[in-house]
Design a protein around this ligand. Structure first.
Ligand code: ADP
Ligand code: MG
Length: 248
């Protein structure tokens, strides 16, 4: 059976004041895949996420999620389709507990008040418990989010994103500012999400990239377009990549 991509990007370009941030980009992601995207500063990685999430619109090109034409939808509509984005800096509700942060994000939670008064059915309660375990904050469910470490806040935000049941997660530099231990745990978390969700993860830390790429595909962006794609070891050995990315 031929697999169809969940995300199709064909010949997409995006210009800012005459500067091509994204240039004739082609990219295909399959359902349940975890794709790692690397590339030097200014390569267009965040702009790529802006285009998928609807924050920016391409000048030209095809951008489809399943059957949906993303170029015709706004940011909110794209989010409703099941595309969730995690920005670099975590934004959690500092004065609320870890559990309430998840509650507030839960798909189907009927508004903030219902959520905070814990009017949940058993399915929702189970999902919260499952998420707390997944992000390893089960022990800290009653902590205020503001008391968490930087790494824990990042995990909570990933949990909040998962609570919306996204089909595709866009994760921008999740390991930034984390300790080695936290970075490794973040890798395990993301790997555990693949299959149930599709993910695109942008990252700089090569130890982390190696961990999450495993046998999967890595895409190297350079000057707004795909320089090459392949397995981590092949990417690392690629002369073009070494030139532009490692500066050799
Ligand atoms: P990366 O995330 O790979 O470091 P970005 O996608 O942030 O790169 O940026 C790619 C290029 O596009 C940069 O040169 C940046 O200055 C430019 N760019 C991105 N967004 C905008 C914007 N909103 N306005 C003007 N230029 C932008
Ligand atoms: Mg960026």
């Amino acid at each position: 059976m031929k697999r169809h991509p969940i995300l199709t990007v064909e010949d997409v370009s995006k210009t800012y004041d005459g500067f091509r941030a994204i240039s004739k980009l082609h990219f295909y992601l399959f359902e349940g895949e975890l794709r790692t995207v690397i590339g030097p500063n200014g390569a267009g990685k965040s702009t790529f996420f802006d285009l998928i999430s609807g924050r920016a619109k391409p000048d030209i090109g095809k951008l489809e999620f399943g059957d949906a034409d993303l170029t015709k939808l706004n940011e909110w509509q794209i989010n409703r389709l099941g595309i969730g984005r995690k920005f670099q800096t975590p934004s959690v509700f500092a004065e609320h507990t870890v559990r309430d942060n998840l509650l507030l994000s839960l798909k189907g939670a009927r508004g903030v008040w219902a959520a905070l008064f814990h009017r949940l059915d058993s399915t929702q309660r189970d999902r919260i418990d499952e998420l707390l375990k997944l992000i390893r904050l089960d022990d800290k469910r009653h902590w205020k989010a503001g008391q968490l470490s930087h790494g824990e806040k990042q995990w909570l935000e990933i949990g909040m994103l998962l609570a919306t049941e996204p089909r595709l997660l866009l994760v921008d530099e999740p390991a930034a500012g984390m300790t080695d231990e936290e970075t490794h745990r973040t890798g395990e978390l993301l790997l555990s999400l693949a299959g149930r969700h599709s993910l695109i993860v942008v990252e700089h830390d090569m130890t982390f990239v190696r961990q999450i790429a495993r046998d999967g595909q890595v895409t190297v962006l350079h000057q707004g377009t795909v320089l090459c794609e392949g397995r981590f070891d092949d990417i690392q050995a690629n002369e073009k990549v070494r030139e532009v990315y490692l500066g050799r």
